[in-house]
Design a protein around this ligand. Structure first.
Ligand code: T4K
Length: 401
């Protein structure tokens, strides 16, 4: 006889039952490559006594990324937020920049930190990415650029955005924090717009603890960003530009190199997990797993559910609460949307009126754990639990009232 994850609703942890998992399952559990190789690299750093400032591992990491992406320039940085700030500043952006509100707050903050006004644009509900048709309506005489975000690693509507930027003479930057290892029409993400910025934060499938990279095919822009990420130094005692400290350190680069050695395994594991979720969630009413274009390269690092409450009878937030009590730490990225967070909420109190799709989506999506820490059995149990919640949705709702 098959043992059910929860035989009846009284066994749910939210109603006092034992949690399904003894240890928490996390959405952003870091992937760690070959530890022996990593330790060897760490020891080499300690032996060399060269810890940061454009050391050999950072240089090797940059060259490996350039080769992997088929791009001219990679500049490793201490995190993607600083990477975005450097890029935006190096491109001389001022005034207004059009950006989605459905993104991690860093995208908006990178602009506002430099006194640039983020103008929030609604998304296309089919792709969760900035809607190019709505971008055009937001252009004013003060607009200087567009920052697109490849949400979940699914590329923005590239051709349309490139076309608008060219016609309107706007700079085009992509926040590619989610999209390392993804492609668009066979070209790796990183090669589009004026520059693209990746995040290698611990929660990303390829991580350098904290870290990021700016990539571009523009020689002048790359040279300028290289200066700016190192206080504007051009050789000893010679500062020729305003700058900041955006440098990646050697330990981060060693972690990144070890991750790159194992990147195919990470992607393969994410791919298997994705299909495992797809097989197990199929047929649960109101639960849709978002799709990836399998013809393209993709990192499959986000398992994203689109929840239709009309069919599940329980809201996304109730499902989230139940899962958390069972030690499944699902997330509702990017709730409640940048426009509903400070300082933007006070600056643009009416913004929600222009962002109906963003408002809807932030209430519907739920992100589930994946990566090398997840196995097929756990994924099966998570999906069975979700099926159980939906099947008993009305009863659960009543009991929670
Ligand atoms: N643009 C976009 C579109 C982004 O998504 C991000 C970052 C950025 C720009 C900026 O990139 P960085 O400047 O960070 O390079 C996390 C990350 O901190 C953030 O990097 C990421 N996006 C965002 C989507 O997620 P939180 O607030 O969810 O982090 P936290 O601490 O709640 O961790 C998430 C889960 O991962 C938890 O269940 C705990 C687990 N975890 C986390 C860490 C750090 C681990 O198991 N081990 C760990 O070491 O923001």
């Amino acid at each position: 006889m098959i043992k059910l994850v929860k035989p009846d609703i009284n066994n749910l942890a939210i109603f006092g039952g034992q949690p399904l998992f003894n240890e928490s399952l996390h959405v952003g559990r870091p992937n760690i490559g070959d530890r022996n190789l990593l330790n060897k690299r760490f020891n080499e750093i300690l032996d060399n006594k060269w810890l940061t400032n454009d050391g050999p591992f950072v240089q090797e990491f940059e060259r490996r990324i350039e080769k992997y992406l088929g791009i001219k320039h990679c500049i490793a940085v201490c995190n993607a937020t600083i990477g975005l700030e450097l890029t935006i500043r190096a491109l001389n952006l001022t005034g207004e920049v059009i950006v989605p509100s459905f993104t991690f707050i860093a995208t908006a903050h990178a602009l506002k930190w430099q006194e640039i006004n983020p103008v929030f644009c609604d998304i296309d509900p089919k792709t969760h990415n900035i809607d190019p048709e709505k971008v055009e309506d937001l252009i004013t005489p003060f607009t200087r650029g567009i920052v697109g975000v490849h949400v979940w690693g699914r590329p923005c509507a590239m051709e349309a955005l490139i076309d608008i930027a060219r016609k309107q003479q706007l700079k085009l930057v992509f926040d590619a924090a989610h999209a390392f290892g993804c492609s668009h029409n066979g070209t790796m993400i990183g090669n589009f717009g004026d520059a693209e910025v990746f995040s290698f934060h611990a929660t990303k499938f390829l991580n350098t603890f904290e870290g990021g990279a700016i990539v571009t095919n523009n020689n002048d822009l790359a040279a300028k960003i290289r200066l700016m990420k190192n206080f504007g130094f051009s050789g000893y005692d010679n500062v020729i530009h305003i700058g900041t400290n955006g440098k990646m350190n050697e330990f981060s680069a060693a972690m990144g190199l070890t991750g790159l050695d194992n990147i195919q395994q990470f992607i393969q594991k994410n791919y298997e997990n994705y299909h495992n979720y797809q097989n197990n969630l199929g047929g649960i009413p109101g639960i849709q797993l978002i799709k990836y274009n399998e013809v393209e390269k993709c990192n499959y690092q986000y398992i994203v559910l689109d929840i239709d409450e009309e069919l599940t009878h329980v809201s996304r937030d109730v499902i989230l609460e139940i899962l958390h009590k069972e030690n499944i730490l699902a997330r509702r990225y990017f709730f409640p949307g940048c426009h509903n967070m400070e300082p933007y909420k006070s600056l643009y109190p009416q913004a929600f009126k222009q962002l109906p799709e963003t408002e809807k989506l932030t209430k519907k999506v739920l992100i589930l754990p994946t990566g090398t820490s997840m196995n097929g059995k756990d994924i099966g149990s998570v999906c069975e639990l979700i099926g159980f919640i939906v099947k008993n949705g009305n009863q659960i709702k009543k009991k929670l009232q």
